[in-house]
Write a new protein. Sequence first.
Length: 364
Amino acid sequence: MILLQTRFSIVSMAAASALLYACGGGVDDTPTVSAGVLPIQTAAVPGSYLTAGLGDALDFLNRERLRCGLGVLKQNAMLDEAAKNHALYVSSRSNFGDPHWETPGEPGFTGITPTDRAQALGYAAPSGEVLEVGVLPWMERDGVHGSYLTMEDFPTHAIRSDLAAPYHAMALISSAVDVGLALEGRNETVNGYQTVIMSFFATLGRGDSTLGQVPNEPTVRTFPCEGTEGLQPALFGEWLPTGPLFPDRHPNTHPTGHPIYVVGEHGTQLTIDSAVITRVSNGGNVPVYEIRTQGTDTVHGSLYREPWVGFIFPDVPFVPFQSYRVRVEGKSDAKPFVKEFTFTSGQYGHYDEGIVRALGLPTR
């Protein structure tokens, strides 16, 4: 199954894309292997990268995954090389087109899909990728300049940004076991500015396990979760091959809050019956715009790799640097559950500052 997503953050420039466990030509190319499950991995090994910023990005993602019971990802040399090869392929092109696919015969070609590129290097398990393309030193959105962001900062920014985009985040919070990261840049002039076009890639795989890492006991997990800090306050956009993210609002001009993700028991169907989000400082409730699971997502339901994942869209962005209490009720494997937790929002992303000012959103 294919899942392609691209979020546009500057004039005519793709800012982010994601592909869950990949396949080519509309046909599932995930290998059929015997069932295998790993327990949740908790021994995080710091990323070892020569490229500045990649190790920090992996450490950040692993801290968030570990906190929320999703298990850490292990750096894999074959996936590192697959990500690097594809980053070079994409960054060498003036027109990104669909940045997930490669065309046979073109310079730098190493495989059509993420799975092809990983398998060519000996990584046999299903794999996929999350990528983000950005511009230094300026990002422009709707004619409003954003702020400076260094190339070293970009990988962690990319992870934070993609965690705020639900159909991207399904890859980052998935049951993957291994990961490879890469970052490439090229000089170019954009809107009269000398810039560096950056391509950040995370290639994820399930190792020797069909299902990846799964809790030993049935449990419902969330992201954010108890103790999460610095959550990006809003979702400003996400392109999907199945149509607009929302039918009645454009996130660039009418953003929602950062989605809240619910991960049910593996191999089961998840339903989310209700969600209450309360700002701790004043006791006011944040209205919920929409709740989606594969069973209720009539437009984008085909994009779910795992039907036990769902998300809750707050109707408005979170106020930065505030604590919020969440209560979610639903059913996992037809068994009722209640999840309660408190998280703290952080600041807006670097590339969002221009639109935050344009919309007059609170920054404190």
